[in-house]
Write a protein that binds this ligand. Sequence first.
Ligand SMILES: [Zn+2]
Length: 392
Amino acid sequence: MISPDRDDGEIRVELHRELVDVHGRRLFSAWAADRNFARLAVTKDQGRLRVGVDDGAATLPERRALLGAVMALATAEHLPGVVLSAGSSLLFRYVARAGGFLGPLRGDLSRDLGIPVPVAPGDAFEDDLLRELNALLPEGVTVRLDRRPGRLRSWMRTASSGVVGTVHLTASDASNAEPLRLAVPFEEQVMAEGVAQAIDTAIAVRAHFRPMVDDVRIFYDQSLPGLRTGSIAGAAYSSVRDIHLSPAYASAVVMDAQRGHHQEPQPVRVALPPFTRIDSVVAHEYWHQIEFGLESSRYGESVEFRRALGGYFGVETLEHVIKGASKGAPPNWQEAHRRLRDEVSAYAATAPKEATAELFSQWWCTGSDPPPSARFFGEVLSRFFPGTSGPP
Ligand SMILES: [Zn+2]
């Protein structure tokens, strides 16, 4: 099957039928030039073809070609529409939305094959982006242009941020709080859904901890070497109230270039659907800013906070959990360290501040079925931050 799409005509995708799984889904492997780059799970759903895609190894052109192959499969089976299940990769969702698929933030996307894809109005890039963001974000959240991107300023920014220019936006909720300010890569292949997820989580965290992090700004940039190579996803600085996110979460081009990073789904103990990697990274970085605030304004309480969390792992304080990495550490510290790695994440076990950030992120992103560590963290959180309700 050959994709009818744009410039990817020369990529020939073959779908090999593998088997039918226990849920009755037909499984396919997708091949291009002898390379298995993706897997599909396909069912019929109310007369349409429902597809789940696992395409972490695919290039952007392969994803476009794969979308064409999926639509060709629906047509061959006389099905009038395709539903892309929630949980498919952000890049495939980006390709699907560009191909006329519609649907809510983090939800199923679908397309009626009989209806032609509407032609984009051809407005300025920033107007397109604003329209898409406001359509994806919940009612009450409004994204506006902070200032129009100037050509010259864009080029000047390249040197410092490593991103080909940025567009500055504000996002406000229904409250009177000052709006969230963010700088987003200024380029054609911006993934509005990735940016909308970050805004959605940021706005919700701000509302939870008002006014502690109302002044925190978000920049997608490459100000650190790890952001440039893809080895780190985000960073928070205590000296300035900023969060830096990998431009891969906003730019299809950067995410495609950093294949192998950022694309696999989060383990279920870290984030449960509908939450994604972007949600957990944004929550993690926001927590750093919340904790910096706690340490600077209520230092004694921040010490108590870490002691309370250490209790969950059977040690005196969180520092002992981290020091349990050393071979000479007492056995209960070593056991605590192992549990933090297993129950939360390996990154959590690298430093006390990463442990709290990972626990916060886990608590935020597993609200539908929190593991014991997230439940415990939520209890401690409500003691130190009275008035914070459960995660969204
Ligand atoms: Zn961190």
